[in-house]
Design a protein around this ligand. Structure first.
Ligand SMILES: [Zn+2]
Length: 289
């Protein structure tokens, strides 16, 4: 089965990328640029040039979401990112809540240019302690899933991807998926809500498209490719989810049926960036269950 890793990162001076590309495990990997964040926990992030170089070196394998500083960047900076080769945007630890209207010109430009935005939601890695000079926010309050609702409403043609399931605000993620046709989420990260996954995947949205939630969730690893052990962990995650969908879902739930499984692993992500050679069923086409 084809698989897209819809949320991952690249580290500075990455090792083993040839192996990742040639492994055949993934059709595509979407890299979230965090170059302007610098070092995150123990990972030194790839520079923007390194990310762009990997796009060129492995055509068709990587897509990249450019880092956007919501507090400083302008719509012109978004156009620059698009011209450099970034196909989407990735904000991180901005100072105000995502839904602040001051950020709307950026979202408006992204919608105009057809650049999806992947917003981290929920539990987040710790940054440095407050020193009076820090230029980022602390905690996950500004990055709550509920912040995405206003953006989805104001920009109905902007694909809004919630990174992760938004733990501990799972109810907000659920409401977003239920109500907004242009909000989807990826399942990478904290898995504390696993007991709720079967019912969550089975829910039907009331967003005008009539999709079930398994059509609004993406497989993703959030691994830091190029750092020792990260690729192996990504493969493990892929195999874990494949088995989960086959052995749990396949026996008891509609989302585990073979034609539904490929939506989670591939088609939902492909719908965001269609290729010319593939036809993915339209969002509002009748549901086959
Ligand atoms: Zn991430």
């Amino acid at each position: 089965m084809k698989v897209i890793d819809a949320h991952a990162h690249l580290v500075h001076r990455p090792a083993g990328i040839d192996h990742l590309v040639e492994s055949g495990e993934f059709e595509e990997v979407w890299l979230m640029d965090l170059s302007r964040v610098g070092t995150l926990e123990c990972y030194e992030m790839a520079t923007q040039d390194e990310i762009l170089e990997h796009l060129r070196r492995y055509p068709g394998f990587f897509r990249a979401f450019g880092f956007v500083d919501l507090d400083c960047d302008s719509p012109a900076d978004i156009r620059k990112l698009r011209d450099l080769g970034f196909c989407g945007l990735k904000p991180y630890k901005q100072r105000k809540p995502y839904g602040d209207a001051g950020y709307f010109p950026i979202y408006e430009e992204a919608q105009k240019l057809g650049m999806p935005i992947l917003f981290h939601t929920g539990l987040i890695a710790r940054g440095g302690a407050f020193s009076g000079t820090g230029n980022h926010a602390y905690g996950s309050e500004n990055m709550r899933p509920s912040q995405l609702a206003g953006i989805a409403e104001a920009f109905p043609h902007l694909p809004v991807i919630a990174g992760h399931l938004g733990w501990p605000y799972l109810n907000e993620t659920e409401q977003n998926l239920y109500f907004y046709a242009n909000i989807s989420c990826d399942i990478s990260g904290y898995r504390n809500c696993f007991d709720r996954m079967p019912a969550l995947l089975d829910r039907r949205a009331n967003d005008g498209s009539g999709r079930f939630f398994n059509q609004k969730m993406h497989f993703a690893t959030d691994q830091f490719y190029g750092y020792p052990g990260e690729m192996e962990r990504a493969f493990k995650l892929k195999h874990f989810w494949e088995l989960y969908f086959e052995l749990v879902g396949g026996t008891y739930y509609r989302w585990g049926q073979e034609n539904e499984r490929k939506k989670f692993f591939y088609e939902n992500a492909r719908r965001i960036f269609p290729t010319h050679s593939e036809t993915i069923p339209r969002e509002n086409s009748p549901i086959i269950s």
